[in-house]
Design a protein around this ligand. Structure first.
Ligand SMILES: Nc1ncnc2c1ncn2[C@@H]1O[C@H](COP(=O)(O)OP(=O)(O)OP(=O)(O)O)[C@@H](O)[C@H]1O
Length: 683
C-alpha cells in the first residue's frame, strides 16, 4: 500500500477578503466553530515553493526513456503507466490506453497525478519512486485522500442540512432563491443533474466537489448573495480553503469520450450552458483568478476547449493566460461584449448560447498578426476603457489619477533615497493591489520575509499589532487568505534563478505582479562601474522581457546613484545608464528632500507614465504605528501642474478631473511642495 501523506500547499488564497459576517475558514458565523484553533507558526506566511532544480520537458522525456518507461505526448502533460496503482487494481480494470497510461506528468513542472489512485507529487517524488529509493514519506505519495477530518465533518454537516431547491417547503422561498441567484430559467432537472442544493440557514447555494471517479464528497462551495448599492454581489466560501479547493464543477458529468468542453468561471454559468447547449461544461474553482496546474490532467482529453469566462476585460485576459497553459492551439475564447454577456445572463436575456459559442475566436496567434486578428481585441479594450486602465488602488487615489491603474505586462521602476521608506511604501502599494485579487509574488532580497510580512500585516490591519496580540490570529487568518507569495531567496542571487522562480509562480499560481526589492542584489560582485552598468542593463532587459512575455507586471526597486544631498531625485538619478528608465513603462520616485515639511512626510513623484503620459507628484503622510503611507481620507489635496523634472515649480492649479492633465504634463497633488493654493479640493 502506498503511503498517503498530506502536504500543506504553499498557496494562500484568493477570495476577496471576506466580510465581517464570515468566521474562520470563511464559514458563515452561524456555522463557524468556536475560538480560533490555529496556533502561531513561524512559517505561517506563505513562501513560494520552487522545485529544487527546475525541470524541462526534454529532461522529463530523457529520464522516462532512460528508465524504459513508455509515454504519450499530451497537450500539457506526458502520460505514462502509473507506478502508483496496485496490480490488483489494474486487473480489475479494462486494459486500454486510458487506464494503463493513467499517470499524468506536467510538462512544465514535472508534477504528477495518477488518475486511478489519485496519488500526486513533485518530479523529485516521482523520480524517487521510479528508482525505488527513499522511505514512504520522501517518495511523497500525496493527497489521494479526501479532506481533513475537521473539514470532512463540516462538509457532511452542511451537505446533509442542504436540500434540493424544489424540496423547499415554501414555494415563495423557492421563488425568492431562484430570483436571488438568477436561476428562474434554470430547470429542476439541470439542478438535479449537477447535484446542486440549497442551505436555508445561510440562504446559500451549495455546489458539491465529488472525489473523481466516486461519489465521495471532497469539499463544497457555498454561494451567498449580498445586496449592494447597485445590484447584488455573490460571496463564495469553500471547504477546504480556496488554495486547495480544486473542484472542476461538472466533472462527474463528463464522459470519457467527450472531446470538447466549455470552461466557465462560475458554477451558475455552467448550469446555464449545459441546459442551453447540451455541451460538456466545467467551471473553474476560483473563476478568473487562477487555473491551478493540478487541474490540467482532467482537461487533457479535450481536443477543443472554449473559454467563456465572463463579460469583462479581466475575463478575457484571464482566458488568454489560461489558454497558454492548456496549449493555445486547442483553445478558443468567447469575447466579452454587450451582445455576449456571461452564460447565465445570456440565458436570462433569451440570447442563443450556441450562436455566441460559434463566435469564439481562436486563442492561437502566429508570430505575425494582421489587424483582422487584432480587431476584436482592440474593440474589447475600447469598449472597456476603465478596465483597460487596470486595477485601481484603493488606498492611493492620487496614484489612480496619474497612472490610472495597475496593468498587466508593464515594468515599473521605483527609486528613492537610501532609508527613505521605499520598501515600506512599495509593500503597501503591492498589498493594496493584492487585497483586490492581484496575485502577487515578492522577491525581498534585503530584508527577511518574516520582517517584510510583519510590515505588511501591520499595514493590512492598519494598526500596531504588537499592542493587540489577541487580535493576531484573526488578522493572520485573513492575511493568509491573500494571493500572496514570497520568494525564499535572501542576499545576492543570479538573475537566472530569480526569473526561473518568477516563471514558475506565473505558471503555478497565476501570479500577475512581481515585486523585486531590489535590483542591486542581482548585480553580482562586479567592481568596475562599467561592468556594473552593463550588468544592470542586462537585468533590466530580462525583467522587461519577462513582463511582456508573461503579461505580468514587474515592479523593480533600484537604488539611486549617489547625488548631492540637497538635490531632488530625477529619472536620471536612477543608478546606471538610461536603460532602466527607457525600458520602464512607469517610473516612480519617493522624494524626501527639500519637499519635507514635517517629520515622516514624503512625496511620490510619477516621472514617467507610458500609458497616458500624465506625470506629477503627491504627498504621502507616514503613520508610524500602522506603517502606512496612504493619505487619511479627510486630508485635503490639490492638483498642480509643475514644470519639469529638475525643479518642482508651481504654475497653476487644476481641478484634477479626468483629462485635465495632458500628455507629458506634470501634476502636483497636495499643498506642498507647491505654493499654498486656495482652489477647491479635487478630492
Ligand atoms: N516617511 C517615513 N518617516 C519616518 N520613518 C519612515 C518613513 N518611511 C519609512 N520609515 C521607517 O524607516 C525605516 C526604513 O524604511 P525602508 O526599509 O522602507 O527604507 P528603504 O528606502 O527601503 O531603505 P533602503 O534604502 O535601505 O532599501 C523603517 O523602519 C520604516 O518604518
Amino acid at each position: 500500500m502506498w503511503l498517503l501523506l498530506r502536504r500543506a500547499y504553499p498557496l494562500r488564497i484568493l477570495l476577496p477578503l471576506r466580510g465581517e459576517w464570515m468566521g474562520r475558514r470563511g464559514l458563515p458565523r452561524s456555522l463557524a466553530p468556536g475560538p480560533p484553533r490555529r496556533r502561531y507558526r513561524k512559517e505561517a506566511l506563505p513562501a513560494l515553493e520552487v522545485p529544487v532544480s527546475p525541470v524541462t520537458t526534454t529532461e522529463i522525456r530523457q529520464y522516462l526513456r532512460a528508465h524504459g518507461i513508455p509515454f504519450q505526448d499530451g497537450h500539457s502533460c506526458l502520460r505514462a503507466p502509473s507506478p502508483f496503482v496496485a496490480p490488483s487494481d489494474i486487473k480489475n480494470q479494462k486494459k486500454d490506453a486510458t487506464t494503463s497510461f493513467c499517470l499524468f506528468i506536467d510538462k512544465t513542472t514535472g508534477h504528477f497525478l495518477c488518475m486511478t489512485s489519485l496519488a500526486e507529487g513533485s518530479w523529485e517524488d516521482l523520480q524517487a519512486s521510479v528508482e525505488g529509493r527513499g522511505d514512504g514519506a520522501k517518495e511523497g505519495i500525496l493527497l489521494g485522500e479526501g479532506p481533513e477530518a475537521e473539514d470532512r465533518e463540516e462538509v457532511l454537516r452542511i451537505w446533509n442540512r442542504a436540500i434540493p431547491l424544489w424540496e423547499l417547503p415554501d414555494p415563495q422561498e423557492t421563488q425568492l432563491a431562484r430570483v436571488m441567484f438568477g436561476l428562474t430559467k434554470v430547470t429542476d432537472d439541470t439542478l438535479r443533474r449537477f447535484n446542486v442544493r440549497y442551505l436555508r440557514s445561510t440562504r446559500s447555494l451549495v455546489f458539491p466537489w465529488f472525489t473523481p471517479g466516486s461519489s465521495g464528497l471532497r469539499g463544497l462551495k457555498l454561494l451567498g448573495v449580498e445586496g449592494q448599492e447597485n445590484g447584488v454581489q455573490y460571496v463564495e466560501t469553500t471547504i477546504p480553503r480556496p488554495g486547495v479547493y480544486h473542484n472542476l464543477f461538472g466533472l462527474p458529468l463528463i464522459g470519457r469520450r467527450d472531446t470538447e468542453v466549455v470552461l466557465t468561471s462560475r458554477e451558475l454559468d455552467s448550469l446555464a450552458l449545459s441546459q442551453s447547449t447540451g455541451l460538456p461544461t466545467l467551471s473553474l474553482p476560483r473563476g478568473t483568478v487562477c487555473l491551478p496546474p493540478a487541474l490540467l490532467p482532467y482537461l487533457e482529453q479535450f481536443r477543443r476547449i472554449v473559454f467563456w469566462l465572463g463579460d469583462d476585460l479581466r475575463s478575457w485576459e484571464a482566458a488568454k493566460l489560461f489558454a497558454r497553459k492548456l496549449n493555445p492551439k486547442r483553445c478558443s475564447l468567447v469575447r466579452p461584449g454587450n451582445q455576449q454577456p456571461r452564460p447565465l445572463e445570456a440565458l436570462n436575456q433569451g440570447l442563443s448560447l450556441p450562436r455566441i459559442l460559434r463566435t469564439a475566436l481562436p486563442a492561437w496567434h502566429k508570430s505575425i498578426v494582421s489587424f483582422r486578428q487584432l480587431r476584436e481585441e482592440v474593440l474589447g479594450e475600447l469598449s472597456n476603457v476603465d478596465q483597460a486602465a487596470g486595477v485601481r488602488w484603493s488606498r492611493f487615489p492620487d496614484l489612480n489619477r496619474l497612472l490610472k491603474g495597475h496593468r498587466k505586462g508593464e515594468l515599473t521602476v521605483f527609486t528613492g533615497p537610501t532609508g527613505s521608506g521605499k520598501t515600506t511604501f512599495i509593500s503597501e502599494y503591492a498589498l493594496d493591489l493584492c487585497t483586490q485579487g492581484v496575485n502577487t509574488l515578492w522577491g525581498s532580497f534585503e530584508i527577511s520575509n518574516v520582517r517584510l510580512a510583519r510590515v505588511m500585516l501591520t499595514q493590512f490591519a492598519v494598526t500596531r499589532l504588537e499592542e493587540q496580540l489577541d487580535k493576531y490570529e484573526e488578522w493572520a487568518d485573513r492575511f493568509e487568505d491573500l494571493p500572496l507569495y514570497f520568494m525564499t531567496f535572501h542576499g545576492q542571487q543570479s538573475i537566472r534563478s530569480v526569473i526561473d522562480t518568477m516563471q514558475h509562480a506565473v505558471y503555478v499560481y497565476d501570479v500577475c505582479h512581481v515585486v523585486i526589492d531590489n535590483l542591486q542584489f542581482m548585480m553580482g560582485h562586479e567592481q568596475l562601474s562599467t561592468d556594473r552598468i552593463a550588468a544592470q542593463d542586462y537585468i533590466v532587459g530580462a525583467f522587461r522581457k519577462f513582463a511582456t512575455d508573461n503579461s505580468c507586471h514587474v515592479t523593480l526597486v533600484i537604488h539611486p546613484r549617489k547625488e548631492d544631498d540637497d538635490k531632488e531625485l530625477q529619472t536620471a538619478s536612477i543608478f546606471g545608464s538610461a536603460k532602466a528608465s527607457q525600458e520602464a513603462d512607469n517610473v516612480l520616485i519617493l522624494q524626501d528632500r527639500k519637499l519635507v515639511t514635517g517629520p515622516g512626510k514624503r512625496y511620490l513623484q510619477v516621472s514617467k507614465n507610458r500609458f497616458d503620459g500624465d506625470v506629477g507628484v503627491f504627498p504621502l503622510e507616514f503613520n508610524k504605528s500602522s506603517l502606512t503611507f496612504s493619505i487619511p481620507p479627510k486630508s485635503k489635496a490639490r492638483l498642480k501642474k509643475i514644470k519639469d523634472d529638475n525643479g518642482l515649480v508651481a504654475k497653476k492649479s487644476s481641478s484634477g478631473k479626468k483629462g485635465s492633465a495632458h500628455q507629458n504634463s506634470e501634476t502636483c497633488i497636495g499643498q506642498d511642495p507647491c505654493q499654498p493654493d486656495t482652489s477647491p479640493s479635487s478630492r
